[in-house]
Structure formats: structure tokens, C-alpha cells
Write a protein that binds this ligand. Sequence first.
Ligand code: OOB
Length: 547
Amino acid sequence: MQYISTFPVRPTVTSTHTTSDGYVPFPAAEADAFRTAGYWTGRPLGDLLRATARQHPHRTALLGGDAARSYAQLDSDADRMAHGLLALGIAAGDRVVVQLPNVSEFATVLFGLLRAGIIPVLTLPAHRRAEIEHLAQLSGAVAYLIADRLGDFDYRELAATVQRSVPTLRHVLVLGDPGTHTDLNSIPREGDSLPTIDPSDIALMLVSGGTTGLPKLIARTHDDYVYNATASAEVCGLTEADVYLATLPAAHNFPLACPGILGTISVGGAIAFLTDPSPENAFAAIERHRVTVTAVVPPLAQLWCAAIEWEDADLSSLRLLQVGGARLAEVNARDVEPALGVKLQQVFGMAEGLLNYTRLDDPADTVCTTQGRPLSPADEVRVVDADGNDVAPGEEGELLTKGPYTIRGYYRAPEHNGRAFTPDGYYRSGDLVRRLPSGHLIVSGRIKDVINRGGENISCDELEEHLLAHPAVRHAAAVGLPDAALGEKVCAILVVDTTMPTLAEIKMFLTDRGLATYKLPDILRRADTLPLTAVGKIDKKALRAEV
Ligand code: OOB
């Protein structure tokens, strides 16, 4: 791709507005600049598949036994899916909550929705009632698309509960045994034409890791997400010879488009889906499919490095292991190449946009000690102090960013947007970083109140709200405590009026409230009072030091 290096663009006016629907678009002047410079190519996301299917109809798109599909087959399956969804009365612009495990039908469903102009709200298999209800309500979803079950969890029961409390949900579509709902595979799939897609429209919605309260919706446009996936594919040197293994949940930005599933489709590579990322299972899949690239979070990378000692596996096909989502400690980074015989790439990204990659030709020290540098020449990164002033080069500060694939506001969250974005449109990441002269970033912590447990972000506010609902609890605080395996563990500190509940009772209470399992506290502490800051907020820093 040819880049014109006129960036950063600093238009004199960067007015940010919100549409009546609650979407914050890119300001017109900046959007024009991204088009002129060739970052935005005016292609709908569904076109990535179309183009590859035309060029290489017989190449394998999806691997995996009976579910294997050539590009021509996947392309036609996606069209048929689009027609079926439209025939049900779901219209372009409608939102559909998608919650699927890592199965190859994920690709058919995703492209079916994209081709129909229907906006998928991509939730993770681990989300439960509290999150799904909130996301369905916030997005105004008309349908909820699930698999029948995963392990011993039955999504059909969850769907029945959610449907009772979210009146906009007209359909529950099930992959597998539908129970009392609609069988996704039984809907008729004929139709004449598909809607024309405006590439500046919302293509899909990702779910934020959450900084305050409940998760936010991140609306990504066709233009910005096509660039996200294709530029990532280029940085990773992805070609049609690559086989990508979707190890992390496919609805997450990292395996979806960094370069992940979408990047692989854009170059005509093959994709295999993995529902269980245990070393035994993952190694078997890598061996069977001759996987060349996959992405994991640091705890999984550590587990794989340890497991190779006792698992007898041939990982010789693997050329690139991407590790990101949370800070990978240098000692663990140094383990990867010798243990697994694969090149490491650190990825520091966020669903909101900005992606940083170590480059394939970076020296080993850079790969092991930094979290990469921005993907795009048009990514604008500032490192600022608490007053919003740029820090001296190499000093620690908060990362602020904007660019051709970073959102300008969360969907339907005007009040929060006032805090999470600067008036001139930079996203305040909440991440503390240092920038090296090469542009590489080292992530040193977070100012946002989020616990990162094995790559899963847990909002302290959200957890605290649920804890406070317990009848015995007067004050509650959640903090992350350092943990060798997970990065951070969830510690809940309670000030109670009566008897202190046990950890098991608290977990049960939160589970009954519909909270996802990964958000449950690992440790419970009792306190008589909580330390407060000057303005009366709970002083997390002091609290962390105490516990
Ligand atoms: C990825 O996206 P999210 O939205 O789940 O989480 C973003 C946050 C970042 O703001 C940062 O706090 C943390 O997760 N993070 C890292 C990191 N990668 C993400 N912290 C330290 N080192 C890293 N390498 O997690 C995500 C999205 C796309 C690609 C990769 C990760």
C-alpha cells in the first residue's frame, strides 16, 4: 500500500458531534483526509471475502472436517445467510447480538450480517445475563444469535431470560438444537438483492473491556475496520500460504481483525477455529492444520511454553505467535522463541482502535521489552501528564490517541464520552506508557480503574456496584493484585454491617445476579473502613498498598 505522508493532519476545527442515533462519526475533514491518503478505500467489510472468493474460489477458507469450506462456498453461504436474515424481517441498520463460540459458522454468520447491512454486536461466550441484557438494551437489538450450548452452559436458557427483559428482541436464532427458539439453519435463504453498503456506516460493534460501570459499545465502520484488518495483515506479512488459528474468542478485536480472521480472509489464507485453547487441544490443532499464525494472551503463552515440555507436539508449521491483551513480562517474552520455536510478536491494542505491533524485523530485545509501535503512519499518539501536557520524551504518561481506525466516541454514551475523549478527539486510553525514540511503547500500568485478569478486563466500578447490592455490604472496593499466572487477580474488600459473607457466598451471589465467571473475586478481605482521597473517592492506590 502506498502511503502519502502528510499526517498528522491537524484541521483547524475538529468539531465532534453525535448523530441522533448516538453514534459519534469521524469529523468530515479528517474522514476526507483518510480517504485522500488511501487509508480508507471505500470497500464494505463483506467485500474482503467477495474479492478473495472471486480470485481464489477453490482455496480453502475454513478448515475443520465437515465444516471445511472453500472461499466460493463461504461466499455463497454468507449471501444465503444474509438473505435469510433479511427474510425474517431483520433490516439493514438493525442490531443483532451475536454470542457464538469459536466455530467455523462464526464466519458465515458474521459475513451474512455484514452483507445484509445488519450490525452485529459481538459479545463473548463468557458474557452472562448482566452483560447481554445491558448490551441488547443499549444497542436496541432486534435479535440474539447464539449456539445451543457450550460445555455445560445452555445459551437457550439465557436467551429466554434476556428476551423477557428486553422487549425489542423479536428473534432468538440458534445454531444447533433450537429448543423453543428459531433454528438458524431452518430459515429460508433465498432473495434477489442485497442492500448497498455505505462504507462510512457502522459495520459492527465491539464490546469494550469496560472502564467504568457496564461495558460500552464500540461502533467500527466498514472503512476503518477494513483498514484495521488489511494494514495488520501487511505488518504481519500474511499471505495466502498462511493458516490462522482463532484461539482467543473470535468476537474479540485481536483474533477478529489484528489481523486475525478478517486479515486472513483479505489475503486468501485459511482459518481454523478452536473452542478450547488448552495446550493439548491447541497443539493438536496446530499440528493437524499446519497452523502458521495465532494470537494469545500472556497467561496462555506462558502455559503453552510450559506445556511443550510434556506435550509431544509438532509445532514446526507455526511462524508467528502474537501475544497481547495484557502486559507480557520480559522473562516470559524471552521464553517464547526457545520453548516453542516460533517468532514472537507483541501486540498492544484496544477495541477502541489503536494497535501497536512489534515488527517482524525488530531486534529480539525490542520484541521482548516493548509492546510494539503504532500500526499506521496516521496514528497520532500523545503521552501526557495528569494535566494533559505532553511529557518529556521517554517519560511515563497516559497514552492519548486518534487516527484512521480509532473511534471518536462510544455508542450512545454522551456523558462518558466527555471524559473518555479530549475536546479535539483523542481517546484517553487510561494506559500508562513510555515512548522510545523508535516509537515503540512500553506499557507500565493503567490509570483507569480496571483489573486485567489474564487478558480479560474487569471494571472495578461494575463489580463494586454488584457487591454493594449484597444486603450485608456497606462499602465495597475491587482491586487487582499482582499474580504470577494471570497478571492480576480480583480482590474484593468489603466493609460489612453484620456477618462477613464467605468468598463462596459472594461468588454465588454475583453469579445469581448474572455476572460473568471471569469477573468473580479470587480473594475476599474484610475492612473496617476504606481509605479515601482528598475529594472523597475510594483511594485504590492506598487500598492496593494495604492489601
Ligand atoms: C485488547 O483490547 P481490549 O479492548 O480488550 O483491551 C484494551 C486494553 C488496553 O487499553 C490495555 O490496557 C490492555 O488492554 N492491553 C495491554 C496490551 N494489550 C492490551 N496492556 C499491556 N500490554 C499489551 N500488549 O486487549 C487488544 C485488542 C487488539 C489487539 C490486541 C489486544
